[in-house]
Design a protein around this ligand. Structure first.
Ligand code: GLA
Length: 749
């Protein structure tokens, strides 16, 4: 926003607030506009009712202490502005002996203890072998938008601090810190970040993102019935199979722009679990945190275990608004640095062009071509280090291969820089090939059990990053690499899942802590590396989209969503991805055809698909003909004009790629001055013409100029009103197979 506009908006807000104080505009109207009433704190404790009200945007979240001193969920939904509405919280009435009140009361953070038979947030073995955790409210503290509630087990040996934060647009986070307050070891067997509760009803639906390698984040939606549905990773990292995001709509079904949607995502890059449980009484509980499979975390007296943040939000404006809230939240509060005004650079990556066969002349030739079409960052992928000629050897030895780079990386980096680009490098620091100098020197550094097989996947083993010496080695080798070379960007990969998860040097009771320790140490390495090299940027990759989550995104600017770069498949992968994550983080490459599906979409189509995220190119540019170079240059130039809108604007998913032959996305810039429409036809049938596409998020009374059209639209005028664009719509003249169009609209004031 320009300073001028900002001042104008501020003045407008102040005037509105003045009208409120004069009684001319009601506080209700302001709340509807999601404008905080003067002096209204985001978190308020209503003493008389023992209730906390957390409000932001258009949502309120309310919890309280009931007559048994349990912390109970009271309300989560559309904002309720009047504090006096909340009265003393009562537990659920007793149903019968097998379903007592403790089992039906929606507790915020239930322990496994007493008469409770559902998914607990905390399960532990306390001093003396006691396997009974009953948590009661002890104290609370409010600091601005943060609330901390301390709970204590009735035996006194365990304390849990529940941490809440409400963000300005209504997104919340929950996490817990579990502390051993006894004199003996306490073993935590399940540690969840928290539970979200929805009232009893029929008709809820669950949406989640599922897939596998090559088809990550496919959007899935299904009815919720009684029982539990678990999405999870038991693999040590976030996983290509499920992503830690959920959305619930209901009881009436929601659509893209209407209906109640509760949505959430875990900020954790290791094994995780989200259980969606509809109880026999039809309440809904969504419990998430560390995966409790193979989980055991001993705490010595005074020690504590923190759980990852579980973020969530609510909207009554459908899945589209749910993702727009998530995107904005990520841009403003999750990504490592203030995101606004720092567009992602157009990137080139060598992997699909050269595989492991990288060397100085080959990469220099690619870099020259990349610079010609407007690329801003040149990334050399796998193959540059140790004895790395294939996946069989070299992982762990982070020094340039002397045959491929006889003078180190400097000559290549100098070349890349002289061409006006910065330089990025691929690394896979948590892994080792058994054929490597590192493994020969430290065979004890990998996850394994004594005398048992060490299963290799992609010919590699997992370094035991829980060990301090391994962690320090990884940090030191990356630090050296980045200190000695002008590296602006690392693509940090992880190409296998954990197996035989033994930590031979640790006492048996501590071995299962690797699931948590590995990830915390991975975070620690990134945090320290970034602190030493504040300009360094990182992409998270794990055999494609195996490490995409809000934990890693607090530390990395972008992620690699999938190794599948077929543009048609990408439409669906990106569609699912966009439900949970902002397009700014979504690296998307244009690559050569035929794709892994043996499909050959036109270059324009491939570009337009990739331009809906953070644009990258992975083609073998040395093989492109002049016409292809020309198309690419035009597309890259167009992308630079619109990337602010794509990366930081509001996304409207107009037509889903799963629902028919035509799909379309629209992005509207934050200040409303630019909008971009992308439309894709998969296959024309029966000679039918594409229908009009109705835009959204524009101003009815404003006039927009069609600035650039890639592909065609039927309408011939140069300008259109917002009302026309949204109600009549634009008609793309898309024909045949894999045809695509993009329209850029500039608002005329
Ligand atoms: C993984 C990544 C690819 C590429 C290769 C290199 O598969 O997802 O993009 O970096 O590793 O070995």
């Amino acid at each position: 926003m320009s300073p001028h506009l900002f001042v104008r908006r501020r003045r407008g807000l102040d005037r509105l607030k003045l009208l409120v104080s004069c009684g001319l505009v009601s506080a209700v109207a302001l709340a509807a506009l999601a404008i905080p009433v003067r002096g209204e704190a985001p978190i308020r404790f209503i003493d008389s009712a023992k209730v906390w009200v957390l409000s932001g945007g258009n949502a309120s979240y309310v919890l309280g202490v009931n007559e048994r001193n349990e912390l109970q969920s009271v309300y989560w939904g559309k904002r309720i502005w009047r504090d006096q509405d909340w009265t003393v919280v009562k537990s659920s009435p007793q149903w019968d002996g097998v379903d007592p009140s403790t089992n039906t009361t929606p507790e915020e953070y239930p322990g496994w203890g007493g008469l409770r038979f559902f998914e607990p947030c905390l399960k532990a073995t306390l001093a003396g072998g006691v396997r009974d955790v009953v948590l009661e409210y002890a104290a609370h503290d409010i600091r601005g938008d943060e609330l901390s509630v301390t709970m204590k087990d009735i035996g006194g040996g365990l304390a849990v601090e529940l941490r809440y934060r409400i963000y300005p647009n209504g997104v919340l986070s929950k996490s817990s810190v579990i502390r051993n307050a006894s004199n003996a070891v306490v073993t935590i067997e399940s540690a969840q970040s928290g539970a979200w509760q929805l009232p009893a009803a029929e008709g809820y639906h669950l949406s989640y993102l599922a897939g596998r390698w090559g088809e990550e984040t496919l959007y899935t939606r299904e009815p919720i019935h009684r029982g539990s549905k678990v999405i999870e990773s038991r693999r040590g990292s976030t996983s290509n199979q499920f992503n830690p995001w959920f959305a619930i709509d209901g009881p009436e079904e929601a659509g893209e722009e209407h209906g109640n949607v509760w949505f959430g995502a875990l900020g954790w890059s290791g094994s995780w679990k989200i259980a969606v449980e509809q109880t026999p009484h039809r309440d809904l509980r969504i419990t998430g945190g560390y995966n409790d499979f193979d989980f055991s975390y001993p705490l010595k007296p005074g020690e504590s275990l923190s759980t990852p943040p579980f973020y969530a939000g609510f909207t009554d404006h459908g899945f589209g608004e749910a993702s727009r809230l998530m995107h904005r939240f990520q841009l403003e509060h999750i990504l490592p640095r203030p995101s606004a005004g720092h567009p992602r650079p157009v990137l080139y990556n060598s992997w699909e062009a050269t595989g492991f066969a990288v060397d100085e002349p080959g990469q220099t030739a690619l870099a020259r071509k990349a610079a010609e079409i407007g690329v801003e960052r040149f990334v050399m992928d796998d193959g540059w280090f140790g004895a790395r000629d294939s996946s069989l050897a070299g992982l762990g030895d982070w020094v340039p291969n002397p045959k491929k780079f006889p003078h180190g990386l400097k000559p290549l980096i100098d070349n890349v820089k002289s061409l006006g680009m910065d330089f990025g490098l691929w690394v896979e620091p948590e892994m080792v090939n058994s054929d490597s100098d590192l493994y020969r020197a430290h065979p004890d550094w990998v996850l394994s059990f004594p005398g048992r097989p060490r299963s290799e996947a992609r010919n590699q083993l997992v370094l035991n990053l829980s060990r301090e010496d391994v962690k320090e080695y990884v940090l030191a080798s990356l630090d050296k690499l980045v200190s000695e070379n002008e590296i602006a960007f690392l693509k940090w990969d992880l190409n296998r899942n954990f197996s035989e998860p033994g930590w031979q040097e640790a006492p048996p009771a501590e071995q299962k802590t690797i699931w948590v320790r590995h990830v915390n140490n991975y975070y620690d390495v990134i945090d320290r590396l970034r602190a030493r090299h504040p300009k360094l940027e990182i992409e998270s990759c794990a055999s494609g989209g195996g490490r995409v989550d809000l934990g890693v995104l607090t530390r990395t600017e972008e992620v690699w969503p999938s190794d599948n770069t077929d543009a048609f498949d990408r439409l669906s992968i990106q569609y699912g991805y966009s439900h949970a994550y902002t397009p700014k983080t979504m690296m998307a490459w244009v690559t050569d055809v035929p794709s892994m599906d043996q499909r050959s979409e036109p270059l324009e189509y491939r570009f337009l698909v990739a331009m809906m995220g953070s644009l990258g190119i992975g083609s073998n540019l040395t093989k492109w003909n002049p016409e292809e170079v020309q198309v690419a240059s035009r597309m890259v130039a167009l992308y630079k004009r619109i990337r602010g809108t794509v990366q930081e604007g509001q996304l409207y998913r107009l037509l889903a790629p799963v629902d028919g032959s035509l799909s379309a996305n629209e992005y509207v810039s934050q200040n409303g001055k630019q909008a971009v429409l992308f439309a894709f036809l998969h296959a024309q049938q029966y000679g039918r013409l594409a229908p009009s596409i109705h835009l959204r998020g524009l101003a009815e009374t404003a006039v927009y100029r069609v600035g650039v059209v890639e592909g065609k639209i039927a309408e011939k005028q140069e300008t259109f009103s917002g009302a026309y664009l949204m109600n009549h719509g634009l008609t793309p003249s898309l024909k045949g197979e894999f045809d695509a169009a993009a329209v850029v609209l500039e608002r005329l004031d």
